[in-house]
Design a protein. Structure first.
Length: 278
């Protein structure tokens, strides 16, 4: 990886802009290192259909979009309702001061927030790789209809960074798991530092790997059962805690990797038991 140096200091390279965004905006939500990890994984795994719930200041979205642009394929749909931007002065001032003069925008409304995000993506030359959508995520259950509205039928990567309690996690997984592809990743930020959420995810992964659809996912009349059976059949779920050795309130994400179970090429179940030296 080479960092291109802009010859004209008034025209910084995309790398310089991304590093600047990371340094200035990253610490607010603790995503200054996670964004780089996600970028690297995007380059490595080359996901095509990505979803982010909770855009924040767009730090991870922009780094992911940069990875997709370098890959030459893939698209991120990011969702936020601008709630923090409009209601939290620290979020507003961090973002606004970073990008524009406050006196020009000494008011807050969702359109300002989304204009800022779109502007950053345009400046970086990654606008074709990311959409910033204004939507309120309801953990009682509008996530599926949100995906239908945005024609999100399958997902290679989900990055959920909007709420971290068990109810939110179940609601997000209900909508996403049946859409996850055979080689997929789910990242849930801050779930690690919230013990009930971490415990829930560990239990769910065990149950999925045992082929059980936990009751919380089954529809009341059982009609969803076959959708769920398909979502977990022949798949292996691995949970990787992404602990951050930094003393802050929310310092850990969870990465759930989903892969279709296949035996290595040429290995059959009958033969594989005989391969150990005797
Ligand atoms: C932790 S921040 C996201 C950080 C971001 N992913 C990053 O990488 O820096 C959470 C975001 O979720 C948004 N949010 C909170 N509740 C929401 C809801 N119910 N619907 C939509 N967005 C919501 C907030 O406005 C905030 O921007």
């Amino acid at each position: 990886m080479t960092v291109a140096r802009a010859e004209d200091p008034s025209n910084p390279s995309r790398w310089e802009q991304l590093l600047d965004i990371r340094e200035r905006f990253g610490p607010l939500y603790g995503s200054e290192n996670l964004c780089v990890l996600l970028y690297s994984l995007v380059r490595r795994e080359r996901p095509q259909r990505l979803v982010e719930l909770g855009t924040g200041l767009g730090v991870c979205s922009l780094w992911i979009a940069h990875g997709l642009e370098e890959n030459g394929a893939g698209h991120l749909q990011s969702f936020d309702n601008g709630n923090h931007f409009m209601n939290s002065p620290v979020v507003f001032t961090t973002m606004a001061k970073g990008i524009l003069s406050l006196q020009d925008h000494a008011f807050t409304k969702p359109s300002v927030y989304f204009d800022l995000l779109d502007g950053m993506a345009r400046d970086l030359g990654v606008k074709d790789r990311v959409n910033f959508n204004n939507a309120t995520i309801e953990f009682g259950g509008n996530i599926s209809s949100l995906f239908e509205e945005h024609e999100i039928e399958s997902i290679d990567w989900l990055f959920a960074d909007v709420a971290h309690g068990p109810k939110a996690i179940v609601s997000i997984l209900r909508a996403c798991l049946p859409r996850m592809t055979d080689n997929a990743s789910i990242f849930i930020d801050s779930a690690l530092s919230h013990p009930p959420s971490r415990q829930l995810l560990e239990d769910l992964v065990c149950q999925f790997n045992a082929g059980h659809v936990p009751d919380v996912f089954a529809g009341e009349d059982g009609q969803e059962q076959h959708v769920w059976a398909q979502a977990i059949a022949n798949r292996r779920f691995s949970l990787m805690p992404l602990r951050e050795a930094k003393d802050r309130a929310q310092n850990g994400a969870v990465w759930i990797k989903i892969v279709r179970e296949v035996l290595p090429e040429g290995v059959t179940l009958e033969a594989s038991g005989d391969t150990f030296p005797r």
